[in-house]
Design a protein around this ligand. Structure first.
Ligand code: AMP
Length: 299
């Protein structure tokens, strides 16, 4: 079992209809590794400034996340600011301050180079490619991205896409990348470029997982109060890949289960601001909600 995750560790300033929080801990790598830590012991690659809270580092350690690839640099941690409307799927980015990420050129620790699984979470696609080139022979590589990179670094995103097995994207992103308005056509276009699985996240409507010869739909947990949708996508990927790393199988059956665990982890992430919900979450709660998901779709 070895899952290396590269992505952002951040301070997020978030406004949702249920409140506002200034500079709370977030980031794609943060959410993803915490979600994955309920199944495996992820190794993370990223950078933070000296202002990153010691308690969060301690929390990562408690969750048995390997921090050898985490650099602490003089300067400020990456900062992202976003606002959600009444529809939690609609998000506006108000500010992105790269800070210590600007000159980040990570070198993978030797133990990371033999990883089986690599997840290139949302981060500059050139950095994703650089990291991937440092891993010797991964069995499975997955990536995520966002509109910003699809708009500003399209060629780099497409280059990385050709090197991965699983592509995670939300509806809007995959439509933008493929210039297709139909999700199935968009998914097929991605599959033609190299990946064998594409997981399309549809916010409160769940996700659609497509392979070359199957399509699988997973619902989102029916939730009345989405407190903070931030990190739902990363938690989905973390649950999905963490489960696959534990299962060590990429059969269609396991891919389907992985997608449900992804949805389960995302459903917990949105119940509180930032990473708060992960602080109290237990494996028992995850199993119990997995059971509820089964009931939800059985007929
Ligand atoms: P998600 O809601 O799962 O799509 O991801 C939310 C996380 O992405 C937030 O915690 C942000 O810190 C992080 N994020 C936002 N913009 C960027 C960016 N340009 N590069 C890396 N991470 C980002």
């Amino acid at each position: 079992m070895s899952l290396v995750i590269i992505g952002s560790l951040a301070f997020d300033t978030i406004e949702t209809p249920l409140g506002k929080r200034e500079k709370i801990v977030g980031g794609s790598c943060t959410y993803c590794s915490l979600a994955a830590s309920f199944f495996t012991q992820p190794k993370i690659v990223g950078v933070v400034g000296k202002d990153f809270p010691k308690e969060t580092i301690e929390f990562f350690k408690k969750r048995q996340i390997d921090l050898q690839g985490l650099e602490v640099k003089p300067g400020k941690t990456f900062h992202w600011e976003g606002r959600y409307g009444l529809d939690p799927n609609e998000r506006t980015t108000l500010k992105t301050e790269m800070n210590v990420f600007k000159n980040f050129r990570p070198k993978l620790p030797p133990e990371y180079r033999s990883a089986d699984f690599v997840f290139l979470a949302n981060i500059d696609p050139d950095l994703q490619e650089d990291i991937l080139s440092q891993v010797q022979k991964p069995k499975l590589v997955a990536m995520d991205t966002i509109n910003l990179w699809i708009e500003t670094k399209t060629d780099s995103v497409l280059r990385v896409l050709e090197k991965v097995n699983i592509f995670f994207a939300n509806e809007e992103e995959i439509k933008m990348l493929t210039r297709e308005i139909n999700l199935i056509k968009a998914g097929k276009k991605v599959l033609e470029r190299g990946p064998s699985i594409v997981a399309i996240k549809k916010g409160e409507h769940g996700a659609l997982v497509m392979g070359r010869n199957f399509v699988f739909g997973v619902l989102a947990h029916p939730c009345e109060d989405v407190v903070d949708p931030t990190g739902a996508g990363d938690s989905f990927a973390g649950g999905f890949l963490g489960y696959l790393d534990k299962a060590q199988s990429f059969s269609q059956k396991e891919i389907r289960k992985a997608a449900v665990f992804g949805s389960v982890l995302a459903s917990f992430a949105i119940e509180d601001f930032g990473i708060n919900r992960f602080k109290t979450l237990s494996s028992e709660e995850i199993e119990s909600r997995y059971g509820q998901f089964k009931k939800l779709v059985s007929f």
